[in-house]
Design a protein. Structure first.
Length: 132
């Protein structure tokens, strides 16, 4: 058998519209807790290929990830109005202006994917705000 220090898995997990976290358990112990809104957006941006950025891909990606981290912090603080504003007025506008649509075979994340994800995240933020 081969042992790995690190492994990457990708899976689809259905969760309620207003879910604030998804917990992965091994027996009775929680081994991982993630905020599905923050983490899916962060992952989608990490998967954008360098060619998807109009220029300076490493700097643009880092700037976008910093914005997403600030968005995640707002979600943690239950500042849903601020998170929604950050999502649309900062993250979405940056994606629209810095990312170019590429439909190359094998690309795992595109501008269109990220923008559609932002729209879905907004619906989930509104659902969380209503159950606050």
């Amino acid at each position: 058998s081969i042992e790995f220090d690190e492994a990457s898995i990708q899976l689809t997990v259905a969760y309620p519209l207003n879910a604030a976290s998804v917990r992965f358990r091994k027996r009775d112990r929680v081994v991982l807790t993630v905020d599905p809104l923050f983490q899916t957006l962060r992952f989608a941006i990490e998967l954008l290929p360098d060619a998807a950025f109009d220029k300076n891909p490493s700097q643009r990606r880092k700037a976008l990830l910093d914005k997403v981290d600030a968005f995640g912090h707002q979600l943690d603080q239950k500042a849903f109005q601020g998170a929604s504003k950050k999502l649309h007025e900062d993250i979405q506008k940056s994606v629209e202006s810095w990312v170019v649509q590429r439909d190359d075979p094998g690309v795992r994340s595109t501008k269109r994917d990220v923008l559609m994800l932002i729209d879905r995240i907004e619906a989930r933020i509104q659902a969380r705000a209503q159950t606050k």
